[in-house]
Design a protein. Structure first.
Length: 231
């Protein structure tokens, strides 16, 4: 392929939610640890996360939500390279510095000429910036990552809106889900795929069918689902 092989890897509830509510203070990573019947098996997701690809793609918003901008410890360098899509930016100078110290290589994909990564690149040569005008081209981003940087496999863990873009553009090859034994609900709570709804039969081509690879029961009523995406 002209782009890396991609896996969308997420922790979801049985009803497909990837958050516990519709505000940034609601978060599966911290909230599931508080719920009896859910917290007991939650560690399995993070154990599996340690086995994913050495290139990890996420959004600046997710990193902001998990407190990357407030980290005070000195990070341990890992063999993982992080790819961050961040326009606002959601990562401030402190958060970007933390990720640069933690990453083998930190790839920042942005349309914002004032992103702190531009200033920090002078201090951290392991920062690479993919700059776009107006709108980020996700397909082009993946193509550049492979052809210019030799990235062969990426694990993607973005939010519902961006997940919809990846899938509908045919940029996801594999879906790996850890299903927690929980029903969250809420029409405004983010799901595995959000984004714009389809409006007519002419758009049905955007729906991707899946081929089941495995459905494996985990401990404490958790479930591992793996699919190949038929693009």
């Amino acid at each position: 392929m002209k782009r890396p092989y991609t896996t969308l890897f997420l922790l979801v509830s049985v009803d497909g939610k990837i958050s516990t509510g519709d505000t940034d203070i609601m978060d599966i990573d911290k909230d599931y640890k508080l719920i009896n019947g859910v917290k007991e098996g939650n560690k399995q997701y993070y154990d599996l996360e340690q086995q994913t690809d050495l290139y990890s793609l996420n959004s600046g918003r997710v990193f902001e939500k998990i407190g990357m901008n407030e980290k005070t410890d000195e990070p341990q360098k890992t063999p993982v390279s992080f790819i961050v899509i961040d326009n606002k930016p959601h990562l401030n100078k402190k958060g970007t510095t933390y990720l640069a110290k933690k990453s083998k290589t930190l790839y920042v994909v942005t349309t914002n000429p004032d992103h702190p990564a531009f200033e920090l690149k002078k201090e951290f040569p392991n920062i690479e910036i993919l700059k776009y005008e107006g709108k980020i081209d996700l397909a082009d981003t993946l193509k550049k990552l492979k052809q210019e940087y030799g990235v062969d496999r990426i694990t993607i863990q973005t939010g519902g809106t961006m997940n919809a873009s990846w899938v509908r553009e045919g940029l996801i090859d594999r879906l790996l889900l850890v299903v927690a034994p929980a029903m969250v609900g809420g029409k405004d709570t983010s799901t595995l795929m959000d984004g714009e709804s389809l409006h007519s039969e002419d758009e049905l081509f955007k729906i991707k069918s899946l081929e089941l690879v495995q459905a494996k029961p985990l401990e404490n009523s958790y479930l591992l689902l793996e699919y190949n995406v038929k693009n």
